[in-house]
Write a protein that binds this ligand. Structure first.
Ligand code: ADP
Ligand code: MG
Length: 317
């Protein structure tokens, strides 16, 4: 009788070498492999397409993956956790907070508060569920070099929390270029269970790609790589039941004469991969306006919140 397939290395034809390559590319368990596409696995793990196809099919078969009933989907979605933002207004706009099994994108101009919201979430995810957290830790991919532990400390202390403990549960990696960012994202899977991670922040998701691919001729290649990266993030969110929070700068759109002449970088590609998209803009002083742009279950709406020294807050009455 054939050996029961419980791990990637149990798949017939996967020796140590292919097993290693798959693990290095972030496919650490059957589920992550089963959820992937042939081309993606072939490229990421540098194995032939036929091999990739075969191992994916084996993983799917072993996990009995195919159609599931709406009841199963419903049961899985019952596991969704929500991280509160500190502002009830913003939570309500997001349907209760930043949710797991989803990618939430905040885009806005420089200074609109995308990073601040990230800092607040990195603190809040650590709170007990009754207090709006998930009792878990956080991974922070710092692409723009703007991660500031001192600011996180200030926000934690603003909530009366033990800042040392809070900082100890945020795993930060500085990303130096888009390849580095992609590799780090692929490695995340291993850490999630080990460190009880429920939130992954990528700040920002597009800037390294924009810096690495300059000029019109490189646009297709950039979008293709960004596409793969976003797919990795989306898969992590689904497979591991974690929240993915990504930020994105908007760029000027000189072709728009009326309304807001800005557009998020990455355009439709990001739209395709982010579950919820929110547009952030600066108002007077520390006031910020957030608007849901695109979501499968949230109404298009707008709300106001504040960035204070203690973090994200609702406007004072
Ligand atoms: P983005 O990431 O969208 O470029 P940030 O999240 O860095 O923008 O937001 C920067 C803004 O956050 C600042 O302009 C300021 O208004 C606010 N901010 C940052 N630190 C503090 C603080 N300690 N107290 C109050 N507001 C702050
Ligand atoms: Mg920022």
């Amino acid at each position: 009788m054939a050996k029961k397939i419980e791990d990637i290395s149990d798949i017939p034809g996967v020796g140590e070498k292919i097993g290693d390559k798959l693990k290095k590319a972030g496919y650490i368990d059957l589920m992550s492999l089963a959820a992937a596409g042939t081309l993606e696995v072939s490229e990421a793990a540098s194995i032939g397409e036929a091999t990739a196809d075969k191992v994916i099919k084996s993983a799917r078969k072993a996990l009995n993956i195919g159609f599931e009933t709406a009841t199963d989907v419903y049961e899985r979605r019952k596991q969704i956790g929500k991280i509160k933002t500190g502002s009830e207004n913003l939570d309500n706009l997001l349907g209760g907070g930043i949710e797991t099994q989803a990618v939430t994108e905040l885009h806005g101009a420089f200074g609109s508060g995308k990073t601040q919201v990230g800092f607040q979430l990195a603190v809040n995810v650590q709170l007990p569920v009754e207090e709006g957290g998930l009792n878990a830790s956080c991974i922070f991919l710092d692409v723009e070099g703007t991660f500031r532990p001192s600011r996180v400390k200030q926000i934690a202390e603003g909530r009366g929390l033990d800042a040392k403990k809070i900082l100890g549960n945020i795993y930060v990696a500085r990303c130096y270029n888009s390849d580095h960012q992609m590799v780090l994202a692929q490695k995340i899977g291993e850490m999630i269970k080990e460190k009880n991670v429920k939130l992954i922040i990528v700040d920002s998701v597009t800037s390294a790609f924009r810096a690495d691919f300059i000029g019109r001729g490189t646009l297709a290649r950039r979008q293709q790589k960004l596409n793969r990266h976003l797919h990795t993030l989306q898969r992590i969110a689904d497979v591991h039941n974690v929240a993915v929070y990504i930020t994105n700068q908007v760029m000027a759109r000189p072709d728009i004469l009326f309304g807001d002449p800005t557009a998020p970088i990455g355009g439709h590609i990001l739209g395709h991969f982010s579950t919820h998209r929110v547009y952030l803009r600066k108002s007077k002083a520390n006031r910020r306006i957030a608007r849901v742009i695109d979501s499968p279950n949230l109404p298009e709406a707008e709300t106001v919140f504040f960035i204070t020294p203690e973090g994200i807050k609702d406007p004072e009455e």
